[in-house]
Design a protein. Structure first.
Length: 49
């Protein structure tokens, strides 16, 4: 998980890989939250909740 170091030539996280991990996890969690909100809205419209 050191693609930023390879591409840009500097290490924003000191080489630990935490920054790259966050760059991967944040979009995944955002997508999951978006889907959850859409699903709950659909349930409310149908009268299940």
């Amino acid at each position: 998980m050191d693609f930023i170091e390879r591409v840009f030539g500097f290490s924003p996280d000191g080489g630990s890989g935490l920054f790259e991990l966050l760059l991967f996890i944040l979009p995944v969690l955002s997508f999951a939250a978006f889907r959850l909100v859409r699903f709950s809205e659909r349930l409310r419209r149908r009268g299940y909740v």
